[in-house]
Design a protein around this ligand. Sequence first.
Ligand code: BGC
Length: 693
Amino acid sequence: MTTTNFAPRKGMSEAEIASTVEDILAEASLTEKVAMMSGRGFFQDFADSGKKWGARPYRAGAGCERLGVPALWFTDGPRGVARGQSTCFPVTMARGAAWDRDLERRVGEAMAIEIRAQDCNLTGAVCINLLRHPGWGRAQETYGEDPFHVGELGAALATGIQTHNVLATVKHFAMNSIENARFKIDVRCDARTLREVYLAHFKRVLDAGCASVMSAYNKVNGEYCGQNRDLLTNILRHEWGFTGFVHSDWIRGVYEPYGAAAGLDIENPEPIHFGAKLVGAVKSGTIEPTVVDTACRRILRTLYRFAAAEDPLEEYPLALVASEAHRALAREAAEKSAVLLTNNATLPLAKTSKIALFGKLAALVNTGDHGSSRVDAPYVITPLQGIADYLGTPGLQISGDESDCKAASQAARDADAAIVVVGYTAKDEGEYIPGEVNLGQEQNVTRGPVARGGDRDRLRLPDEQIALIKAVAATNAKTIVVIIAGSAVIVEEWRANVGAILQTFYAGMEGGHALARLIYGDVSPSGKLPFSVARDESDYPFFDKNADSITYGPYHGYTLFDREQTEPAFAFGHGLSYASFTYRALRARRSASGIEAQISVRNDGAVQADEIVQLYIGFPGVTVERPKRLLRGFERISLKPGETRSVHFTIPDSDLCYWNEASATWVQETGEHSVMVGGSSRREDLKRVTITL
Ligand code: BGC
């Protein structure tokens, strides 16, 4: 046997990488190649680490010691690195509400630095499944309901991560947005809806260079995603030209060696259906040997490209994990992501006002899901701690909670303002880990972790929290409700009682400090909803967390509200500020490759504030029915009081097309298009001009 060492070297050219990979394929045996198509050692590590998910880096494919080929070492995201004691950022949905590509890229860089410092080179941080219904347990792990918005932010995160030569994985491909049924559900959908609504953001992230894809657990149109030829080969490779690799989701990601022929390159976390079964299938002629070579070529070329690239930092020491700079970034993200839903002359508070704080969640460490996205931060600033630190009153206590609404009502009477912290925890929403799962390690572990997480049972707050809000608001008109949740919460039954509502999501390890700075006006709220908040649950699409099969249609979120002419409680893109903004002089013109638009935005308020300028396109919709409008641009800008800025948008023709099922191509309509720009998707908030294409 050869002892040639094919280890990657910094500075290898594309040609050298290509020929090295061919040499490896020529040298490696079939068994060695197939071994590179699976993860390895996960079950043992999981058992050895007391069944703590993510306690160790997971070996997730590649690797051949005899030939010097390194392995892929995987760690989870997306609210930070799910290893060691890493920086816990606000959850993805919060960062979706920040609408800030640059912030997201910097968050990606920080994650990658912490990943490198903890010996991994592959991350599952880029989770971009579309939020179709707010009941979805993992809603917090994605950016929102709109494919354009989700794609832009996912691309920014992947770009930031890959800056430090960590391979980013975009997940879960595709249509994974019901949690409890994820291992069995068949999501059905027509070819147009699939491409325009449920895959467009994946394409955007892959076009930005994201190196790998994780297939979803569920089925799409009758076949499990991990062995779905239409998704993994026809669309991903043939239609989009993706050259990276695909690995499966973790416990039940693929069911047959056939998955390899369908386009899955790596089975994670262990060789169950690949490994010996795949070797057997190749030997018996059921699967072509070229399938194995093609998969290995994709894996190795991608891995070597990253391993050969120069690193931006000379070294990645452990001291960079949860560094001061990363904690400051976590606070910045929390400040930019809080959404001020209502404000009846209540916020900001004067520093001298006497406040009272209510609700069990005010004092709870609550950074979100306890599934694979869990981050074990070195510390977490709760709302109570954040306000105490801000006011310099270390002994600050909550003045009451859900267990005694009467007492809370009394306590609220004496305060100038009352802050009630409500919402959910990982018990109410998160990744669903069924109790009976044994992760395939029949001999070592007979039971997996206790069942936890899953889809929400309701979109309203728990009854006892509603009672607390009402009790406090009954004696204090300046009641501020802080909502901690992964997505939309229906607030109709109490919103009129309170002075202000601020949704902070799960705001990460620095969330409490950000909250204090927001409510006392050191910084203005600037987040905007990345989803629509309904008045009533029935305004959302049908959702059944136990369904075996479901059909996803072309409308959900604001496109559904528009089509049904239903008024949401809060529109997609809504979010108030301590400043106010005037939009004027909207112009749009046809350019050689799309639409150019510009608008002028002025801060008419008394404080510096950020605004998120949103651009929507209305289509002729003559040849085929189309949504009334679609988000096609956004920019976050910062304005001093009295300052005016012009904001420019370029909308390429490709963003104006629809998928024509008959010709199986993207087609652009001719005729009158509307260009709408403003501070939310609400018709009243948008300036509008038309342009004929
Ligand atoms: C989750 C993935 C995660 C993987 C590895 C799965 O159960 O669905 O999002 O990356 O576990 O932890």
